[in-house]
Design a protein around this ligand. Structure first.
Ligand code: NAD
Length: 360
């Protein structure tokens, strides 16, 4: 960080409860604190057992379980959920699950103004942000609105015990990406930098332990702690090229969210590192490594994560279109974004070799 301190920082009004078993033991209390009596629980089909356990714990304060969440929140899925909330006369919403379920809860909050409580079951970090996303006509739109920021987040490491190792790894690296981009964001600040470095450290140490023993409550808790910090960084700052690129690849080319983040991150950091040396140094410190992009690439490989966009199903013929779309709109990034620069990053990520020094 530079010697001249010059920053602004908005503390976001989210209450966080972090405790094993909290999904069932703490969610009813959080609903009551907000004075809600008729909440709708939203989830995906795969997470509906946990969501039903939360709904049971809520008893008469729950007016239904809506289990239709889908990746990237298609607008028609959001429409149906908003109708379900209105038809049930809901006065609040509890989203149980990964970023897709929380995203659907945010879509309801955006359209209805209902307060949202998030009970995350992955490490995506969405629960700590006022960022919403909706996919329509093959393109993902995102925006910020204080209405969608969960009023309360219930972190229960036990919920993540069922998250398969491959999903745990990619979801965890998705969280790392938030911290990495927060370190070079135009609105970063000393507090964000502390959270980001500690978030990277905690997650990078936890993921190998989760992979080695997915039933370890201690490893799961460390990973969720990392997710909280990384998600807080995402909520506090403006993301750059990495997130834009992943949105394009997910929204317009149908690539899976967390896996795409996992593949792309080392190459974007390699691309941005010359213009963001302090950020790259902080990531390297947290990873206890000499070179941050290489260490991120090695971490993903060691944990068996996908390492190339080709593996994720992107067609080589789509690289130029993805690069043009990514470079076609303005957003903050430490290194000026050009179609050629993005194409070089995409080509390297498509091939999946170690991030080359000449990419920098
Ligand atoms: P996800 O919510 O789609 O979950 C991935 C898969 O894991 C799903 O099949 C789900 O059913 C399953 N799953 C979730 N928790 C599980 C558990 N504990 N055990 C077993 N299976 C489980 O994926 P995600 O990576 O959490 O979230 C991705 C979405 O979130 C994307 O749409 C992304 O854009 C969004 N997101 C938004 C923000 C934001 O701030 N708005 C931040 C991060 C991610």
């Amino acid at each position: 960080m530079s010697d001249v301190l010059d920053f602004s920082y908005d503390a976001l009004p989210v209450r966080v409860v972090f405790r094993p078993g909290a999904a069932v033991s703490a969610t009813p209390g959080e609903v009551e604190r907000l004075g809600r009596r008729r909440v709708l629980v939203v989830c995906g089909t795969r997470g509906s057992d946990t969501a039903r356990a939360v709904a049971d714990a809520l008893g008469p304060a729950c007016v239904g379980v809506h289990d239709r969440a889908r990746m990237h929140v298609p607008v028609e899925v959001a429409d149906v959920a908003v109708q379900a909330a209105r038809a049930a006369g809901a006065d609040g919403c509890v989203a149980v699950g990964g970023g897709s379920s929380i995203g659907l809860g945010k879509a309801i909050a955006l359209r209805t103004g209902l307060p949202l409580i998030a009970v995350p079951s992955t490490y995506s970090g969405s629960e700590m942000t006022p960022v919403w996303g909706l996919t329509e006509h093959g393109a993902k739109r995102t925006g910020r609105d204080p209405k969608v920021l969960p009023r309360s987040v219930v972190y229960d490491p036990e919920l993540t015990l069922s998250l398969p190792v491959p999903l745990s790894v990619t979801s965890g690296i998705n969280a790392l990406a938030h911290a990495v981009e927060a370190l070079y964001a135009p609105d970063t600040s000393p507090l964000v930098a502390l959270m980001a470095e500690e978030g990277v450290r905690a997650m990078a140490r936890a993921l190998p332990a989760v992979a080695e023993d997915p039933t370890s409550s201690a490893a799961r808790a460390r990973a969720l702690y990392g997710a909280w910090l990384c998600g807080s960084c995402l909520g506090a700052t403006t993301m750059g090229l990495h997130h834009k690129l992943c949105h394009v690849l997910g929204g317009s080319f149908g690539l899976p969210h967390a896996e795409t983040h996992t593949v792309v991150l080392p190459y974007v950091l390699a691309h941005n590192a010359p213009t963001a040396p302090d950020a790259a140094a902080a990531v390297a410190r947290a990873l206890d490594a000499a070179d941050a992009p290489t260490a991120l690439w090695q971490l993903a490989g060691r944990l068996g994560a996908p390492r190339s966009l080709a593996e994720l199903g992107l067609a080589e013929a789509d690289l130029a279109a993805a690069a043009a779309q990514t470079a076609g709109s303005a957003y903050a990034n430490p290194r000026p974004v050009t179609a050629d620069g993005v194409l070089a990053v995409l080509r390297a990520a498509y091939e999946g070799a170690a991030p080359a020094p000449d990419a920098r």
